[in-house]
Design a protein around this ligand. Structure first.
Ligand SMILES: Cc1cc2nc3c(=O)[nH]c(=O)nc-3n(C[C@H](O)[C@H](O)[C@H](O)COP(=O)(O)OP(=O)(O)OC[C@H]3O[C@@H](n4cnc5c(N)ncnc54)[C@H](O)[C@@H]3O)c2cc1C
Length: 361
């Protein structure tokens, strides 16, 4: 998802681009995610991430429209706002406190969220019966949802449509300096490039080590449940439950430290069902038709890593765990930075050296 967005952005600005993708059996969060374009509630303790996410969410409308236009693929983008439901008075106040802290990080910006009580929430979702514990929600006015599989397909198709080349099923094996650029060996081929972007999800670590970078990422499993198609009852996505254009309801997602294990579990299905029913008891009648697991790409603080190699100029790294939300940023500002050959100073804060600070005794 990250690499595809950057590739599309580079192709869009006329850069000759070869996107090399791995095999279908690879861990691929892009094919397992929840599809939220989301910013409210993100960036606590890192205002730069809050700002980055907000910028990307604001750029999404124009970016999505252009991508749909270039490819003819309907991304099913809706940006009418998003809700995080609160359970109990304590849950409501805790959510308000978190969002207020986030606002205090960027006090000059108008808050793009508000707390809505149960009465208002019920008016916003007249066809959804709320569970008795629901006390209200936070409403992020700019948030939304997209079909992530369509997004991925469109980014790839758009890259090709704009003159780029996409190769799949051909993992990069080696990357090394060669003259004024780099030689990349993939499948049984090789290519020469003046610049290389490493955005291979969990596969990035191995590749980055070849150019002197130790990218601190780990997998974090997320499982999702999907119901049969239901009558439309959720006009807005919530953080944990959203209804797709086709009518299925997605319920997600777990956060599990289980290493490189992409399997699904009955325990997760029980937990997700239980939590969803606390918000929307009517789902008790719905049949589950699918369950899957994906591995998030997590850094130690959960925020992105954007950097260039100190020893191998022209090699960029892009890692994050909100690749759908940040797709607009990756396809515009990040791609423009790669095209220019250097990342702007505003992204210095996302360099992995932030993790090198020695721990206080
Ligand atoms: C359960 C779950 C829910 C999520 N929900 C959301 C959400 O609602 N909104 C949001 O914004 N984000 C969400 N995400 C996160 C989002 O899916 C990821 O941020 C995004 O997919 C990361 O993109 P990526 O390209 O870095 O990694 P991936 O999508 O994992 O892709 C990595 C790619 O690199 C390729 N690769 C690996 N090794 C090599 C190699 N050696 N050579 C070439 N290619 C290689 C793989 O084949 C793969 O195609 C969710 C993730 C999960 C797991």
């Amino acid at each position: 998802m990250v690499g595809a967005a950057i590739a599309y952005g580079l192709a869009r600005s006329g850069v000759q681009i070869l996107m090399i993708d791995g095999a279908d059996g690879d861990f691929r969060a892009a094919a397992a995610n929840f599809g939220l374009v989301w910013q409210h509630g993100k960036g606590l303790d890192m205002p730069a991430y809050q700002e980055l996410t907000r910028g990307s969410v604001r750029a999404w409308g124009e970016f999505g429209a252009e991508l749909a236009n270039v490819t003819g693929i309907d991304l099913q983008l809706e940006q009418n706002g998003g809700l995080t439901l609160c359970l109990g008075e304590e849950g409501y106040e805790s959510r308000r406190g978190t969002l207020q802290r986030l606002h205090n990080q960027m006090p000059d910006d108008e808050p793009d969220w508000e707390m809505v009580d149960r009465v208002v929430l019920a008016r916003m979702m007249p066809d959804a019966a709320l569970g008795p514990e629901v006390t209200g929600a936070s409403f992020g006015r700019e948030d939304g949802q997209v079909n992530p599989l369509r997004l991925l397909a469109a980014l790839r198709a758009g890259t090709v449509r704009l003159g780029g080349t996409v190769r799949g099923g051909t993992p990069v094996r080696t990357l090394r300096p060669d003259g004024d650029g780099y030689v990349v060996e993939f499948g049984d081929e090789r290519a020469h490039a003046s610049r290389v972007v490493l955005a291979a999800g969990l596969g990035t670590k191995v590749l980055a080590a070849q150019v002197g970078l130790d990218v601190p990422i780990r997998p974090l499993r997320g499982q999702i449940l999907v119901t049969e198609r239901l009558e439309s009852f959720l006009p807005l996505p919530t953080m944990d439950v959203r209804q797709t254009r086709e009518g299925t309801v997605m319920i997600g997602a777990t956060h599990e430290e289980v290493g490189l294990d992409g399997s699904t579990t009955g325990a997760a299905a029980a937990l997700l069902s239980h939590e969803a029913l606390r918000s929307f008891p009517g789902l008790a009648d719905a049949r589950l038709v699918r369950q899957w697991a994906g591995l998030r790409i997590m850094t130690p603080d959960g925020h992105p890593v954007y950097e260039t190699s100190g020893t191998c100029p022209g090699v960029f790294v892009a890692q994050c765990h909100s690749g759908v939300t940040l797709a607009a940023f990756h396809a515009t500002d990040y791609a423009a930075a790669v095209a220019s050959g250097r990342l702007p100073a505003s992204l210095n804060v996302f360099h992995q050296r932030r993790f090198d600070v020695p721990q206080a005794a």
